[in-house]
Design a protein around this ligand. Structure first.
Ligand code: PLP
Length: 371
């Protein structure tokens, strides 16, 4: 049989090279290549408009905003978080000397189950760090109600939630701070990059200091900041990519619609539907394989796809709570996290990006229906 071309799980959104070249020439002329330059300011403004948020601070990746958010809010002690995420979520706590406390997820959404948060609160708890997994909004109202009751801060890892809105409002407005990742693999990228979204100018000021060593002026250092500034080249690249973000998301949506239509009646294959009132970004298309019903385990299907040059990914397997750094924590016990374990054991993220052709999508569907 003829070898079929490789279909990757994602493909980076790339700006037009000639347009980028024009902006690079401008940067060369300005001879100002980092430290809150022209394109850095332009991109912050453009992102505020696009995302419908009041204040944003650009970062050099999506992990340092998490670490910096915890610094900015002076979070210590214990933080309640989810094991079902990319490992950077929990690592940001570790880098701040904070003890992660894992709480199980809601099997219907993959997000932190608000009904299980209160039981995990101790006198040392200072914050909750949920993740809008796959860009699906968390139950932000329920989480905020708990945070208010116990005086806790809420920092959302919104790395997957670029452009996601609930009832016409950005999901990034929930909680005290939200972080974004603009990594190459995300819906919107600046090659590497990220951001923090905040509610007020004073917080933006403080975070802008923290990402620049704590400098509040030429000779004044007000905090033990880090270096996490985004440079002019990536800011300009990001400005161009922002112009195509809507088109890329629309292309992804078409793929999601086709996947759902084709997989609707396949026994043992479950996926998420769109949520009413939510503007989704179609960043991922996870399917969950019930081995007994489907007749094949997740891994069997995963490797079958791979054999046919279809490279899905098992996001998020293994769970963060199973890695050596964290598995000794009492909250990491599998008996505490049954829903997260089940989801991690059943998930495959199917290829999802703006360049998938109809032929690619049909090949993927056919492999799932006739494995
Ligand atoms: C990608 C991602 C991050 C980290 O972002 P980087 O830009 O790769 O540093 C953090 N959290 C989640 C949930 C992610 O998917």
């Amino acid at each position: 049989m003829e070898e079929k071309p490789v279909i990757t799980v994602t493909s980076p959104l790339l700006p037009d090279l000639e347009e980028l070249d024009a902006l690079l020439k401008d940067i060369w002329q300005r001879r100002w290549i980092t430290n809150n330059g022209h394109y850095h300011k332009e991109l912050e403004r453009a992102l505020c408009d696009y995302l419908k948020v009041p204040y944003i601070s650009l970062f050099t990746n999506g992990t340092l905003p998490l670490i910096t958010a915890l610094q900015a809010l002076r979070i210590t002690g214990e933080v309640i978080t989810t094991p079902y995420s990319f490992v950077a979520t929990t690592h940001s706590l570790w880098w701040n000397g904070i003890k992660p406390v894992f709480v199980d997820i809601d099997p219907e959404t993959g997000n932190l189950d608000p009904g299980k948060i209160e039981a995990a609160i101790t006198p040392k708890t200072t914050a909750i760090m949920p993740v809008h997994v796959y860009g699906k909004p968390c139950d932000t109202e329920a989480i905020q109600a708990i945070a208010d009751k116990y005086g806790l801060k809420v920092i959302y890892d919104a790395a997957h939630a670029f452009g996601v809105e609930v009832g016409g409002k950005s999901i990034l407005e929930a909680g005290d701070l939200s972080t974004l990742s603009f990594h190459a693999t995300k819906v919107y990228n600046t090659v590497e990059g990220g951001a923090l979204v905040m509610h007020d100018e004073k917080t933006k000021q403080r975070i802008d200091y923290l990402k620049n060593f704590g400098f509040a002026g030429e000779t004044e250092v007000v905090a033990p900041g880090i270096n996490s500034k985004m440079d002019e080249v990536r800011s300009a690249y990001g400005l161009l990519n922002l112009r195509q973000a809507d088109r890329a998301i629309a292309a992804r949506r078409r793929v999601a619609v086709r996947y759902r239509e084709a997989l609707r009646d396949v026994p043992g294959i479950r996926y998420f539907e769109d949520m009413p009132g939510v503007k989704h970004n179609y960043s991922y298309f996870p399917v969950f394989v019930d081995a007994a019903e489907y007749g094949m385990t997740r891994d069997e299907l995963y490797f079958k796809l791979k054999e046919r040059n279809i490279l899905g990914r098992r996001y998020f397997y293994p769970l963060i709570s199973t890695f050596s750094t964290y598995r000794g924590l009492p909250s990491a016990a599998p008996s505490n996290l049954p829903n997260a374990h089940r989801m991690a054991d059943e998930v495959i993220c199917l290829p999802m990006h703006h360049l998938l052709t109809d032929e690619d999508v049909e090949r993927i569907i056919d492999t799932i229906i006739n494995p």
